[in-house]
Design a protein around this ligand. Structure first.
Ligand SMILES: Cc1cc2nc3c(=O)[nH]c(=O)nc-3n(C[C@H](O)[C@H](O)[C@H](O)COP(=O)(O)OP(=O)(O)OC[C@H]3O[C@@H](n4cnc5c(N)ncnc54)[C@H](O)[C@@H]3O)c2cc1C
Length: 455
């Protein structure tokens, strides 16, 4: 065998695992089915603008992707932070979210923050089944305070209703960010964009001896007698399928792609049952959105805002809007601005319901024109519907119900990525899963991450 580890997938988690293992002297072969890097966090050019598929901002207080890059000798340059948090209320329009918890309510928010600081991460594991509001209700009964942290949940987790904002997932994230940055949520845009970052990571990976093969789909992870033997590639020209031997394989494909990668009976039945439950279409985080390019910023209040809403006037869905050009002018041609506005919807009721989705798109556009009038002068718009954002972080769908990184019962097999067990949201969650996986493969904690939360 010419490699120590085969990695499957060059999205965030696969790249992080591969880079950290290569940095530790492992010979890693990384196989990616697409011809591009980044997986769901892929970025591409559209009419001169840099559009990230699943990579808007990342919430990394500094100890995940940023530190991985530092370990690799690459500086991940953070954009400047958001300068306002406008919040839309039907009837009143936009106002700073701080107005939700002014006066006496502020004391309730402070109690929540203090209680969270005093609660160890291990205790937050007891809240995997519960909603954020249930945890907050121990410390405040103020609706405005609930709204503030639930609006953050809409921004981060794109969960919809009060009982659907996960307590543990939100509290882990708040705690990590308060501890590291003294703020509820520290997020940034990587200056220069995501694609440049993924390529910089691959450059370091290859300099460390790693091998990357793009456009190389794996059809099977070969398991025999309870141990990994390697992978079989999908035959692209009808010829015999290439097999590559390895006794350690890390799979970063999301849960909805996992079952078909294994022969029947290869994975422990209970793990497979959980994977299938998580992969159910009704557990997807879903949203509809518009990319909007215009000659003036399409914003709520300021150019570098993090604006959110729990319900718009017509389509009535919760969501957020972001003006990318305000964070990094290089994403757009000179004199143009790029905004994304989106709203999440309930997969249990509406997954694949095309007529309903079409109606919501029309209503959302009318809402956008009312909420951000500069959209009326848009140069172009690009509607998009997303149903592979991730497994939704609802109570009961987070924590230990997710697959652990090391597969018990199959020697040499690890799973990683944002649909496995980790904390955070999106890219951050995927990066943290990747760090945990690299440490698990090595069988020890890496000094650079010794002080970080482990899953
Ligand atoms: C529209 C959208 C918007 C989002 N917005 C944000 C945001 O603003 N901020 C944020 O933090 N997160 C966001 N996310 C979530 C974020 O993109 C994901 O959490 C993150 O990219 C997941 O990374 P991953 O490595 O776990 O999985 P993936 O990115 O899915 O990586 C898995 C990789 O495995 C490859 N693969 C799968 N099967 C095979 C196979 N058989 N052979 C070889 N390769 C294979 C895939 O091609 C892929 O490259 C968004 C997601 C979407 C879809």
């Amino acid at each position: 065998m010419s490699q120590d580890v085969i990695g499957l997938g060059a999205g965030v988690s696969g790249l992080v695992t591969a880079c950290l293992l290569a940095e530790q002297g492992q010979r890693v072969l990384l196989l990616e089915k697409h011809g591009h890097l980044g997986g769901r966090a892929r970025e591409y050019r559209y009419r001169g603008h840099q559009i990230g598929l699943g990579s808007h901002l990342v919430e990394d207080p500094g100890d995940s992707l940023t530190r991985v890059c530092a370990v690799l000798g690459h500086e991940l340059e953070h954009s400047r932070r958001s300068d306002s948090m406008p919040f839309w209320t039907n009837g009143k329009g936009w106002a700073p979210i701080q107005e939700q918890y002014s006066g006496a309510a502020k004391a309730g928010l402070k109690r929540c923050i203090r209680a969270l600081a005093d609660t160890p991460y291990s205790e937050l594991e007891n809240w995997n089944h519960a909603s954020l509001r249930e945890w907050m209700a121990q410390h405040t009964s103020d609706e405005g305070v609930y709204t503030v942290w639930e609006a953050i949940s809409v921004l981060e987790q794109i969960t919809l209703r009060p009982h659907e904002h996960s307590a543990s997932e939100n509290l882990f994230t708040r705690k990590m960010h308060y501890e590291a940055r003294r703020t509820a949520g520290y997020s940034f845009w990587p200056m220069g964009g995501w694609d440049a970052l993924w390529h910089a990571m691959v450059e370091r990976f290859q300099a460390l001896g790693g091998e990357l093969r793009l456009s190389t789909p794996v059809s099977r992870v070969r398991v025999h007698d309870g141990a990994v033997r390697g992978v079989r590639l999908r035959s692209l020209d009808g010829g015999p399928a290439e097999e590559i031997d390895a006794d350690r394989v890390v799979v970063s494909a999301p849960v909805w792609d996992l079952p078909r990668l294994f022969d029947s009976g290869a994975l422990p039945w209970d793990l497979l049952a959980r994977i299938r439950m998580l992969a159910d279409n009704r557990n997807r985080a879903c949203w509809i959105g518009y990319w909007i390019a215009a000659e003036e910023p399409v914003i709520a209040m300021t150019e570098r805002e993090m604006a959110s809403f729990l319900s718009t006037p017509r389509c009535g869905l919760p969501g957020f809007t972001l003006n990318f050009t305000g964070y990094d002018p290089s994403v757009s041609p000179t004199g143009e601005y790029l905004t994304c506005v989106g709203a999440s919807f309930d997969a249990t009721e509406r997954y694949g319901d095309r007529p309903w989705i079409d109606r919501k798109f029309a209503e959302l556009w009318d809402d956008i024109e009312e909420m951000m009038p500069a959209a009326r002068g848009a140069l172009w718009t690009k509607p998009h519907v997303v149903n592979n954002y991730g497994v939704i972080n609802k109570p009961g769908l987070v924590g230990p119900v997710r697959p652990d990184t090391e597969v018990r019962g199959v020697e040499g097999l690890w799973l990683t990525g944002d649909t496995t067990r980790s904390r955070g949201i999106g890219i951050d969650k995927a990066a943290r899963a990747g760090i945990t996986t690299a440490e698990s493969v090595l069988g020890r904690r890496l000094p650079a991450f010794a002080g970080t939360v482990r899953y």
